[in-house]
Each structure stands twice: as C-alpha cells, then as structure tokens.
Design a protein around this ligand. Structure first.
Ligand code: PLP
Length: 391
C-alpha cells in the first residue's frame, strides 16, 4: 500500500506547503492546513472494494491517509466502529431510519483515538518525538496512550476539573500531566509556551494538520457501510468541530474520486446551552464565533469556548443545509438514560446530546420522520461514571 499524500493546502487562501516537513497553522494566514492527495491517481489506481478486504481499522483507507511508510503507524486498532440500526428508538420516535455510529468502541473509549493515532503516526514519521496537547480530557488521554504505544514523550494540559477517567488515563500512560485552572483555551496557551520552551510539537486539534485525517475516516466508514452512499443527516456534538469538518472533507474527496455523487447529508451541530459559541454564530449569520464566557457543561468534550476552525464548521453547516442547536445538561442526562435503556448504548454525554437534538429537530419539523439520520456517538459513557450517577 502507498499513501497518495501530495501537499498541505491553506483552507483560507489555497496556498500550498510541503507536507514532508512539520507544519502547524498556515504560516501566512494563520489558518487551518488540510492534507491533499493525488486524487486523480487514486481514482485510476484504487478500487474502493479493496477496503472491505483489509483489517477493519481506520488504516484500511491507507491510500488516503497521511503516512507514507506503514511501519510508522502507531495503532491500537482504532476505527471500524459499528453503525448500529437504532430500531427501538425508531419505534419510540416514529423514525424510519436512525443509526448510532458508536465511537465509544474505539481504543481509549472515544473517537479521539482516530485523530491521535493519525497525528502520532505522522509525527513519528517526521521525526517529532516529543508531543504536547491541550485537552478538555479525552484528547489528552488518547495522546498519552498513543505516545506510550509509540514510545514517545507526551505532555498534556487539562482543566483541573476534567473528567477523572481522562486524567487517570493520561497519568497512567506516563504523560507529563499539568492540571490547569481554566478551560481548554487556557490549557492551549500553556501548552504552546511549554512547546516553545522545551522543543515540543503541539498537536492541538486543527492547528496540527493530521488529526483531521484520522477523524475523516468516520466519513469513509459511514459511506462504505451504506454501500457507497451518504445518509441524509448527521448530528454531531461539536467542540473544536474537527470530526464534523473531517467528514465533510471525506465526502468531498469521495465525490472527486467518483465513489459518491454530489449529494450531501445535512450536517447538524449540537452544543450545550452552557457553551454554544457555534450555535450563536450560526444564528447570527457570521463566519467567526466569539469566545463563550464562563463555559460550563457536563459534556466535557464540547466545553470548548473557542474553535480555531470555526469558519470551517460554519461553512460546512450552511453549505450542507444543516443547522445548529443547543441542549441543556438536564436534557443530556435524560438522553443518556434513553439511549442506554432503548439500545444498550451507554453514551458519553456528548453523544447523548445528539439524541436530544434529534428529538427537538423532529418536533420543530426540521427533520422529517423519513430523514435517514446518523447520531454520532463520540464516546463511551464509561469514561464519565461520575456524570452517569446523576442520570
Ligand atoms: C472531543 C470530543 C468531542 C468534540 O469533538 P470535536 O471534533 O473537537 O468537535 C465530542 N465528544 C467527545 C466524547 C469528545 O471527546
């Protein structure tokens, strides 16, 4: 297998950069860089039916992944999560087709595994051996785990009130864990300072170009599991928005490859009423989100007051004909109970928020009973036992 990675491209200006040297944001515009591939060559040389013949991890899409030498892959078996047909919820909600994409079945219990397997593998390939990350919790646990696996040095900066399981995970895996008074953006400042001081490479989401490639494999998996078509709507619990824009990138790659047509799912953002900067920006009709003050929610992974890729998220939601909606923590707790008792999926609070959003959007008429919808359950409830006690 070979990767068809060709270069990095600035998502704002289109300027291109050499992918085989380390980059963060685009040097000129300070915007997100996306990896690009030689799509024409992939179209000629790769038949998508080959993916089903390979081991079911996200690395089965190797040609469209940013690692050149397979021996650099740092893996714990991430990806290949099930699309569960939520037939009991279909009955109770009067829905024709509802799926749960259960990302809680990933290593480390969340879909952060995809992004960090990709980023750590690429860092290893580029000779970067000391990594740092600011995290609301799960990214820190995942980076620590993949660094342990890859025998690399790891620094993690997390809010002091991050979920206990994530703190434990990062500490047990041997990372240098710093607990920060404040939120993920405060942790980000400290992480960047430490990076400059100690020569660490900062893998903050979307500031580093390769985490998005791990998360885009969710888009490939969803489409492959529907026999190479897209669903009509995807509901996504949005923090930094990496997974949402990543799936959008995957759909656009697949259309260029001729594997799907021009149709797209409505991409739907759900946030907590305690931290909803993207929902507010969507409603205001603007392309950049103002920082959210005093962010507070039990859904730690979406307690993200500032997103560097805000313009990518908002463009995606609007182009797709989607929407953005906020739900309360009380509704999220009820959603956890509803999903677990109906389908046996003990979701993290972020994932449960998608079910709450689905119900509200059905009530408002935005989604019809027949709209084929995927609830992106981004993590397992077992990483939040403290929260679940209250459900
Ligand atoms: C990080 C995280 C999110 C948000 O993901 P983004 O791609 O940053 O928007 C959602 N759910 C869980 C469980 C997370 O850990």
């Amino acid at each position: 297998m070979r990767s068809y990675l060709s270069h990095l491209e600035c998502t704002e200006t289109g300027e291109t950069y050499n992918a085989d040297e380390p980059h963060t944001l685009s040097p000129a515009a300070q915007k997100v860089l996306y990896p690009r591939y030689d799509i024409d060559a992939v179209r000629r040389e790769v038949d998508p039916s080959v993916f089903a013949t390979r081991p079911p991890t996200m690395w089965r899409y190797f040609e469209l992944m940013p690692v050149r030498d397979e021996s650099n892959i740092v893996t714990l078996g991430e990806g290949g999560t099930p699309m569960i047909r939520a037939s009991n919820l279909e009955r109770s909600l009067g829905a024709r087709t509802l799926y749960i994409k259960d990302e809680g079945q990933n290593p480390t219990g969340t879909f952060k595994a995809r992004g960090l397997s990709s980023a750590v593998s690429r860092a290893k390939e580029l000779g970067l051996t000391k990594l740092t990350v600011p995290s609301a919790g799960n990214a820190g646990g995942a980076l620590a785990s993949y660094c342990a696996r890859g025998a690399m040095e790891c620094h993690v900066f997390m809010p002091e009130d991050a979920p206990p399981a994530a703190k434990t995970e990062a500490a047990l895996a041997g990372s240098h864990l710093t607990l920060v008074k404040g939120l993920i953006n405060d942790a980000g400042r400290l992480s960047r300072e430490k990076a400059a001081e100690l020569g660490l490479f900062d893998v903050s989401t979307l500031r580093e170009p390769y985490r998005v490639e791990g998360k885009k494999t969710m888009g490939y998996e969803i489409v492959q599991s529907l026999e190479w078509r897209v669903p009509e709507a995807i509901i996504y619990p949005t923090g930094g928005g990496t997974g949402l824009v990543a799936m959008w990138k995957a759909f656009s790659e697949m259309e260029c490859l001729g594997w799907i047509g021009p149709e797209r799912p409505k991409m739907i953002v759900v946030q907590s009423t305690g931290c909803a900067p993207i929902v507010r920006a969507f409603e205001q009709g603007v392309r950049h989100a103002e920082p959210w003050e005093n962010a507070q929610t039990i859904a730690a992974g979406i307690r993200v007051p500032v997103a560097v890729g805000d313009y990518l998220i908002l463009d995606t939601v609007r182009e797709s004909g989607g929407t953005a909606i906020a739900v309360t923590d009380e509704e999220i707790l009820a959603g956890m109970r509803e999903m677990a008792s109906a389908e046996g999926v003990w979701s993290a609070p972020e994932g449960a928020a998608t079910l709450v959003a689905y119900r509200k959007l059905r009530e408002s008429g935005f989604l019809a009973p027949e709209t084929e919808t995927v609830l992106l359950v981004t993590g397992a409830g077992s990483k939040y036992t403290d929260v679940a006690m209250g459900a």
